[in-house]
Design a protein around this ligand. Structure first.
Ligand code: ATP
Ligand code: MG
Length: 572
């Protein structure tokens, strides 16, 4: 490919409102452009990378017996009502009406459609196991689209679905896909790890996430030397050892005036008490009902655990008006004693251990002292609702947990019969009995991988592509293409590499050398061949790897041979 004819609009300036390096570099290197918030156009250079990733994924999925299909993005409401997700999926689901006012959505994922296909076409256990996959644009109206294609509203995913006759076989399918995913991420040149995850809106019995290790990652991975690894949402907290509460140690409940003091910090300073004496009381709104969640003052609520316990997909902190209705006081004075409206009360394990605690009095400008669970208020359930903290005890072995950051690039779920039951998708087993398919579903964020790879591999000058997913393997940089000998040698190397099957980009533009070198570093092609008058005088050209400092001088007719060897080395 000749750069003078290629649509590669590189930018010198750092685009505005761009938070992380990969996003900045994807815009600057002409990989993509934004059309609207969370909606992007892929330009030729970027699309080549998408296709590279896609090819790797396809090869590995085929190796484990996957069969590629292509399912519609536009899906009828009725199908989503059958699974119960038309309501459950909430605002992330993009909905639309056709000319006859029939409701549709744009698929954020395809469990409904695939289960519908299989229930219609597969009758017998003899046709199982079945592993179907597709590459497709997915639509999710993310509450906060950001980081470019890392959290987009329209993005490219490979999704796969397995159908098995028994739970045991479904586990085998799960493990096969798990293995293929590890190979895919390795082949893409990514440093990654898998962690236990929650099942969220997709549902199911267990799941793993694949995280690319990166500082700018949105996800926090929690891990222990013993091998335990989970994402922050899933990571469990051990219940604290039960403190003995001596009856005599319980003091009399008393009201204290705390004028204009609303936070744990303000009230704690005034009463000279530490945050761990506080029972933080939060009012959540779930549909039209309120749920009170209590947690020790020095901890934070893990909303995923709340959602998972309540079996809902979305929860919101109540607005000030609702808080007044429920507690009788403005925001900042809520507590579990004397609520005005009866609500479900959930307490984190940490609340159990608080003796003579402090809470809001449900009265403006007042708090309560010496509050004790069971004596002063009852709860519906005590459970693990808090976010783990760095240094907490590992739920498996008790040692200290460590935190690191990552970008989720893949997700595997063992679904069980959740969707087959909801959609009544059955087959006949050996005995001729009707059974529900046991399912698994699996996703890889193809477009997100492109960004994650850059996040993991770049320097201050630009991208450093891992060879297997690089848009081109070689960049030929004639310092001055107008110079006759430079042009002749560059053209010859270009032709030799092309006929050897290498993917080559040649910067034949009439640009200053400085501009060409800057762009070369920015777009990050792994191997650069520089053809300049000075070295040509010695009958030499320069070869440099993007990720390394060293520049080698070689004879022009050795270039193709050396590059073939280098590529082989990198592949092994
Ligand atoms: P997240 O927690 O990041 O929202 P998810 O759990 O909703 O992800 P899945 O439903 O498991 O994601 O989707 C499978 C894969 O699709 C994810 O592992 C991720 O790589 C990718 N993906 C999900 N949401 C987005 C998005 N908004 N933009 C780009 N890629 C996404
Ligand atoms: Mg999501």
């Amino acid at each position: 490919m000749l750069l003078s004819k290629y649509l590669l609009p590189t930018l010198k300036e750092i685009p505005r409102e761009v938070e992380i390096p990969s996003h900045q570099l994807m815009i600057r290197s002409g990989i993509m452009r934004q059309l609207a918030s969370g909606i992007y156009e892929w330009l030729p250079l970027g699309l080549r990378v998408v296709h590279k990733v896609e090819d790797i994924v396809r090869e590995e999925m085929n190796l484990i017996g996957g069969q590629e299909v292509s399912l519609p993005a536009m899906q009828p409401r009725e199908l989503w009502e059958e699974s119960g997700r038309w309501d459950f999926y909430g605002k992330e689901l993009i909905r639309l009406k056709d000319r006859n006012k029939r409701d549709f959505c744009l698929g954020p994922t395809h469990e409904e459609v695939i289960t519908d296909l299989v229930r219609g076409e597969v009758r017998s256990y003899k046709e199982l196991p079945l592993l179907l996959y597709q590459f497709q644009t997915k639509f999710r109206d993310e509450i906060r689209p950001r980081f470019g294609v890392i959290r987009a509203r329209e993005f490219y995913m490979k999704d796969a679905y397995s159908f098995d006759a028994t739970d045991k076989n479904a586990e085998t399918s799960y493990n096969n896909v798990f293995g293929a995913y590890c190979k895919i991420f390795q082949r893409c040149g990514l440093k990654f790890r898998s962690v236990e995850a929650q099942t969220g809106a997709i549902g199911g019995t267990f799941s793993h996430e694949f995280m690319v290790i990166a500082e700018a990652g949105e996800e926090i991975m929690v891990s222990c030397k013993c091998g335990y690894a989970a994402n922050l949402e899933k990571a469990e907290c051990l219940p604290p050892p039960k403190t003995e509460r001596k009856r005599s140690g319980l003091k009399k409940l008393e009201e204290v005036e705390t004028k204009d003091m609303k936070t744990v910090g303000e009230v704690g300073k005034f009463l000279k008490e530490k945050p761990d004496k506080f029972i933080k009381t939060l009012v959540y709104k779930i549909d039209s009902e309120c749920v009170i969640v209590m947690i020790r003052g020095d901890h934070e609520v893990n909303e995923s655990k709340v959602k998972s316990y309540l079996g809902v997909n979305e929860i919101f902190l109540a607005d000030e008006k609702t808080i007044e209705e429920v507690t009788g006081a403005p925001l900042g004075f809520a507590g579990p004693v004397g609520l005005k409206v009866k609500c479900k009360l959930l307490a984190d394990y940490s609340v159990e251990g608080i003796v003579n605690g402090i809470t809001g009095a449900n009265k403006k400008d007042y708090h309560l002292r010496n509050v004790n669970m069971s004596r002063d208020f009852e709860v519906d359930k005590v459970l693990d609702l808090r976010k783990v903290k760095e240094g907490d005890a590992c739920p498996k072995c008790g040692k200290r947990l460590e935190f690191s950051r990552g970008i989720e690039v893949g997700h595997t779920f063992k679904l069980g019969t959740k969707y087959s039951e909801a959609l009544r998708a059955t087959f006949l087993d050996k005995q001729g009995k009707e059974k529900y398919f046991v399912m698994g579903c699996y996703g890889i964020g193809v477009s997100r991988i492109v960004a994650a790879a850059i996040e993991q591999s770049h320097d201050q000058h630009g991208i450093i592509w891992p060879l297997p997913i690089a848009p081109f393997q070689v960049l030929i940089l004639p310092v001055n293409y107008e110079h006759e000998k430079t042009r002749a040698i560059s053209d010859r190397i270009y032709e030799q590499l092309e006929s050897a099957g290498q993917e080559v980009l040649m910067d034949d533009r009439d640009e200053r050398a400085g501009v060409k070198f800057k762009d070369a570093d920015l777009i990050g092609i792994p191997i650069r061949v520089t053809v300049g008058e000075k070295t040509l005088a010695k009958n030499m050209v320069e070869l440099k790897l993007r990720g390394e400092k060293e520049v080698r001088e070689i004879q022009p007719d050795q270039v193709q041979k050396l590059i073939t060897e280098l590529m082989k080395e990198k592949e092994d």
